[in-house]
Design a protein around this ligand. Structure first.
Ligand code: KG4
Ligand code: ZN
Length: 367
């Protein structure tokens, strides 16, 4: 499609954007049409290679991206039944994320934009997590999607392994960061507590699984109080878990933490997991409720890996007085579809495209 013609004629309802995501351990590509229709969603994860280390090893992730990126892009085109002629633009994550990993996606997208002659859109990964919620249609099997796209003003809670942020969007591209974690992201805190309990990485789903059999009120872990109204912290509660487990096991502070789990019963692990999960989720939900009361948004959406948490969904729906539509778990964790969806809106609303000869990564990009 001729892009200039498309802009002038408002001919955007059939616009197809290829999204590329490589900021952490998922190599992902997807084609999204018109900011709402999911045509394909290809993901290759190097998670299995990181499990033995209890967290993502940046060099291993970057090497895996190099091997997977072109097969994943080809799979995304094939599943969408698209040729390059059908693609109107390429969108790629340029931050935030692991430097070596971002480089693979950005260099691939730059090369494709030049050789296939497509506009290139630089996408903020954290912002894109919100845009997973704009995807409402697909013919792909196995997806449960929101019925309606969210409306503005929109209160967005982004909760992942790298980010815990509360953002108020007045409109597309017009937003304020209300608050964020002062230290660990919530997913990171789940991952660290899982390690203390001897549960496998990633910690969020492992803790959720064990917590089902535990008493969420067995332990009262503290919630950190910060000066800024919407900021929060997870390092205090995480240390409180370590201290509680040391006490349970009758060990002092200098006992190696990786040896504690073998001294705990399954019931003790379940109680610690359930209590920590309740407290961590309450921490972010408390702030979301405060912001909801102050700004009266038309919609509340969540994004990021921890948005897959049933406990988070339960607490939010209980305490927020408007209905919340949740997207499919596969669109909560890192994926190319959210990148493509935001790319569609950038193109549709005339946001500037990136220069494919110079676009650089920004590992510390913030909202
Ligand atoms: O968004 P994501 O895939 O990657 C980052 O950008 O960080 O999020 C990964 C994080 C991990 O910390 C993992 O423990 C957490 O999301 N996570 C969950 C669930 N699934 C993944 N946390 C709670 N419940 C889940 N079901
Ligand atoms: Zn993410």
């Amino acid at each position: 499609m001729n892009v200039h013609y498309a802009i002038r004629s408002g001919y955007y309802t059939q616009m197809k954007v290829l999204g590329i995501e490589t900021s952490c351990d998922e190599t992902a590509a997807s084609v999204v049409e018109d900011g709402k229709r999911l045509l394909s969603n290809a993901v290759a994860s190097s998670m299995d290679l990181h499990v033995q280390y209890g967290g993502v090893v940046p060099e291993i992730a970057a090497r895996s991206h190099i091997e997977a990126i072109m097969p994943v892009v080809e799979q995304a085109l094939e599943q969408a039944e698209c040729t390059w002629d059908d693609i109107d633009a390429i969108a790629v994550t340029y931050g935030a994320g692991l430097g070596g990993c971002l480089l693979v996606g950005v260099m691939t997208a730059r090369t494709l934009a030049i050789t296939k002659n497509k506009p290139l859109y630089a996408i903020n990964h954290v912002e894109a997590h919100i845009y997973a919620n704009f995807i409402t249609k697909t013919t792909l099997p196995g997806y449960t999607l929101p019925k309606n796209q969210p409306s503005f003003p929109l209160l967005g809670l982004i909760v992942s392994g790298g980010h815990s942020q509360l953002v108020l969007f007045r409109d597309h591209f017009d937003y304020d960061l209300l608050g964020q974690t002062g230290d660990d992201a919530i997913g990171e805190a789940f991952d660290k507590v899982a390690k203390i309990l001897g549960l496998p990485y990633p910690g969020g789903p492992s803790i959720a699984k064990v917590a089902v059999n535990g008493d969420a009120h067995a332990f009262q872990f503290p919630k950190a109080k910060l000066d800024a109204k919407y900021d929060y912290s997870f390092s205090g509660p995480k240390t409180a878990v370590l201290r509680a487990v040391q006490k349970l096991c009758g060990k002092s502070h200098d006992f190696p933490s990786f040896k504690l789990a073998e001294l705990m019963s399954e019931a003790q692990k379940a109680d610690v997991a359930a209590s920590f999960q309740r407290t961590a989720v309450e921490t972010v939900v408390d702030k979301t409720v405060l912001a909801f009361e102050e700004f009266s948004p038309a919609s509340v959406v969540i994004g990021g890996g921890v948005a897959a948490s049933p406990e988070l969904r339960r607490q939010l729906s209980d305490r927020i007085s408007i209905p919340i539509e949740y997207t499919d778990m596969k669109l909560c964790t890192d994926n190319g579809a959210m990148i493509a969806a935001l790319g569609c809106f950038k193109m549709k609303l005339g946001q500037p495209a990136a220069d494919p000869y110079t676009l650089d990564i920004q590992p510390n990009l913030s909202m």
